[in-house]
Structure formats: C-alpha cells, structure tokens
Design a protein around this ligand. Sequence first.
Ligand code: 3PG
Length: 306
Amino acid sequence: MKVLIATQKPFAAAAVAGIKDILEKGGHEVVLLEKYAEQADFVKAVADVNAIIIRSDKVTAEVLDAAKELKIVVRAGAGYDNVDLAAASAHGVVVMNTPGQNSNAVAELAIAMMIFMARTQFTPATGSEVQGKTLGIQAFGNVGRLVGAKAKALGMKVKALDPFLSDEQIAAGGAEPVHTLDELYTGSDYLSLHIPALPSTIGSIGYDLITKMPKGATLVNTARKEVIDEAGLEKALEERPDLKYVTDVAPDNLAVLQEKFGLRVFATPKKMGAQTAEANVNAGLAAANQIVDYFATGNTRFQVNK
Ligand code: 3PG
C-alpha cells in the first residue's frame, strides 16, 4: 500500500525515520509531504494513496473526494476536529487517532505556561508562585490527568470537572472532583482547558465563565482556540485588569489583545504543545503501527468514525 505522511508542521526527523521503517518493514511504500504551502498541494498529493498520516492537517471533503484509493487516515495525535468525519465515513474511509501518545508534551507545556505567566513572562516584574494555588482542570482525560499530577508535585491544589467521569475516577486520578462549571471557575487561580472542539464546546468559554475566576487568575488554553468566545474573552480582560490569558493556539484577535493587555496575554507563535521529539516519535510510530495492523488484520481499535 502507498502511505502518505502529510505534515504541514513536520515531525522530528527521528519520528519520520521510525515511521518509514515500520511501514516499509510492513511492506508499504512511503511518500512524504512536509511544510506544504497550500491546501491544494495536499489535495494533489492524495490522488493515489491508500493511507495518510496527518497531524493538524485538514482532511476536508475535497481531500477525501480527491483520494480515490484511500482506506485509512490516522491523525498522529489526540484531537481530530481537523478531519471531516462524515465525509470520511461517506467515502468508507476509516479515521483513527493515537490517544495519549503526545499527552505528556502538552501537559508539560500547560505547566510551563502557568509558570511563565506567574513570573510575568520572564520579565523582571515581581511575579507570584504557583505553590499553594488552586488549579482547575476542565476535562480530565489523558492530558488533564498529567497536568494535575505535575501541578500536585508543584504543591498546587487540583480540582477537576469531567462529565464523563465519576467522582471516584477523578479522585483516582489525584484531583478533587467538582460538578459544575460555576464551581470550577469560581475556585480556580489557574484554569487549564482540555476539552475537545465539538459543536457543544465551540465558543463555550466566554465572558460569564472567565469573569467568575478569582482575583489574579489565569486561563490556560492548550486545547483549541475555537472553544474560546474571543469577544467575551476580550471583554472579560478589559473589565478585570487582574486576569490573564495564555494560549498555545493564537486567537484571531491576538493583535488586539496584545495591544490592549500587554503582558497579561501570551500566545505561542505556532501550536507547539505536542512539538517535542518524544511526542512526535510516540504519536508517529503509533500511527504507523496502526496502519500496518489495519491492513494486516483489520484492527480498528482506535477508529473514531465508527
Ligand atoms: C493533538 O490534538 O494531538 C494536539 O493538539 C497536537 O497537534 P499537532 O500534532 O498539530 O501538534
């Protein structure tokens, strides 16, 4: 089979080498499309491929229409909001992710961002310590649990809200369970977002929730920019000069936010939560193994469009 690795933001070289090795040993041919400038380049590259490995690359209906031989797409990572699942299913294409494989990298970045903001973006201005503060975690999945464990090691109190988990499951993950957004936001000096981008979550974090946070609080977003109501965020930061926002996914209104709020807002220049050699290797090799296994045995364990 012909497998395309399509990564606008390339994997580390070690990950590419490992992916190729697994696929070629499995009897597959590998083609590489990295740092492509236009979506049209991606559309062109899929014409004769049977499988695709992607990161945040957009697998749209147009891509799927053009990929006449395609059987499987594996998103090397967790979030698959960049894949048109309905179109994939309509084309009979299996879509998988590689859950958990890049979680530690994202969790480390969330912690780093908290401290970066607590220490006023590493400027000489007097900062604060995270020890003794409360971290609220919205969605206690793979990343949320790792953020919680690291925060506890820093001496933080950790609370988590996750409607898909029982109190016992949250407690087993080391956090105090809370049951409402109100409770979570009201009680969190730091609030770390780990919700996926779904119709129900897009634009769900706005003025009402953000202004519930206590004095001096920081909202940390290593999830997706789409979950933020940007106008609401701007209004909240305007009314509450004590609040801060740090994000791994630059909002559309970043220039305005930075101009208005200076050191109270920070966004990474490019999404980099999962951009470590380790995360690239873990997620990339898992994706390659899942493709080999799918073609050899039909294993669809990580399929997300069942
Ligand atoms: C994910 O959903 O796995 C992360 O957001 C990582 O995305 P990336 O592969 O584009 O860095």
